[in-house]
Design a protein around this ligand. Structure first.
Ligand SMILES: NC(=O)c1ccc[n+]([C@@H]2O[C@H](COP(=O)([O-])OP(=O)(O)OC[C@H]3O[C@@H](n4cnc5c(N)ncnc54)[C@H](O)[C@@H]3O)[C@@H](O)[C@H]2O)c1
Length: 328
């Protein structure tokens, strides 16, 4: 099957492309390289450097490559930036996404897996978070993901588009070849690893008086290869016409606090890791942990990397060998 992966040169996308090619799919990556890396695209895939804003290019590309399904990962991903530049987030995450759907319908491509986020829920009413909880984002970023998910629901009714939105919790870890190299980096594990790499003197911990056992915020870290597998399963379900829900959470169901992440990095790297405590940041919930029972029941998904140490160890292995990321 021929698959287009938008954003396939990015962190999560590159690992999905790797997993898809291993599973025998023919993959075309569309990425504008604004935040992705040419070197992160496995040689088994074809890279087309293009922007989703370039509307006229999309339908011809889908036709030329005989695309049968799309994994849509391209987007703008920084919550604080989305609060400063909401227009940019609506344009890239909603309007550019609509360009893609428009092109898919024109080229008669009707299967789509979309990268959504736990940020669609906002402050959780209960934890772990199931898909039944209300969508109440507290950032422009989260709102743009909800808006696009809802649009997909309407295209399903009006145009026969069949899609699955995967709501990721905190993607983390690395495959043997591919890891996390965002500029700027905002994710906890790569930031903490900058200390043993000698690139940062200490770890900043934001919020030490949350109502959690050690006072720091708890998140659900999901290994990027397990996350990629969820996309393979979603594509298989769509292609086989199996009944599936419109949206699934993807997380392990186990939370780790910031202090637990720091402890795991200490144990994996042997670095003492000095910590600087800072006040909590506005809009950062105390606990975000997924209930992914629906994904397991419907699509048979099970994470293989169960422990935080295993996730951190895979990230460390990659960063140790790529201290400057892809260094392009
Ligand atoms: N990393 C996480 O923990 C996480 C959590 C929840 C959701 N997500 C979602 O997963 C997706 C991928 O996240 P990531 O961490 O890999 O981010 P990333 O920034 O590494 O990847 C996004 C890719 O999209 C490309 N891109 C952006 N706008 C584009 C455009 N207009 N045209 C073409 N290419 C474009 C970038 O160059 C980049 O390679 C995003 O949609 C993000 O919202 C990520």
């Amino acid at each position: 099957m021929n698959i287009l992966v938008t954003g396939g040169a990015g962190y999560v996308g590159s690992v999905i492309v790797e997993e898809l090619t291993h599973a025998g799919y023919q993959v075309t990556v569309l990425d504008n390289l604004s935040n992705g890396h040419r070197a992160a695209v496995t040689p088994a895939a074809r890279l087309v450097v293009a922007d989703l804003a370039d509307r006229a290019r999309l339908a011809p590309l889908l036709r030329e490559q005989r695309i049968e399904a799309v994994v849509h990962m391209a987007g703008s991903i920084l919550v604080p930036e989305s609060m400063r530049q909401p227009d940019r987030y609506y344009r890239n995450n909603v309007i550019n996404g609509l360009h893609l759907v428009e092109a898919m319908l024109a080229a008669n491509v009707r299967l789509l897996v979309f990268s959504s986020t736990a940020g669609v829920y906002g402050e959780p009413a209960r934890t772990p978070l199931a898909e039944t909880q209300s969508l109440a984002p507290v950032s422009v970023y989260g709102e743009t993901k909800v808006t696009f998910e809802r649009a997909l629901g309407w295209f399903a009714r009006t145009s026969g588009l069949r899609s699955i939105s995967l709501r990721y919790f905190n993607a983390a870890g690395a495959s043997t070849r591919l890891g996390e190299a965002h500029h700027p980096e905002t994710h906890l594990i790569p930031l903490v690893l900058q200390v043993p790499l000698g690139q940062r003197p200490a770890v900043q911990v934001f919020g030490t008086d949350y109502p959690t056992p050690d006072g720091t915020a708890i998140r659900d870290y999901i290994h990027v290869v397990d996350l990629a597998q969820a996309h393979v399963l979603a594509l298989q379900a769509l292609a086989a016409g199996r009944p599936a829900a419109a949206a699934y959470n993807v997380g392990t169901g186990t939370g780790a606090s910031v202090r637990e992440v720091v402890a795991a990095v200490r144990s994996v790297t042997g670095n003492p890791l000095p910590v600087i405590e800072q006040p909590a940041r506005p809009g950062d919930p105390a606990v975000l942990v997924a209930d992914s029972a629906r994904l397991t029941a419907d699509l048979g998904w099970r994470p293989r990397y169960a422990s935080l140490e295993a996730i951190v160890a895979s990230a460390w292995e990659w960063h140790r060998h790529h201290p400057h990321g892809y260094a392009e």
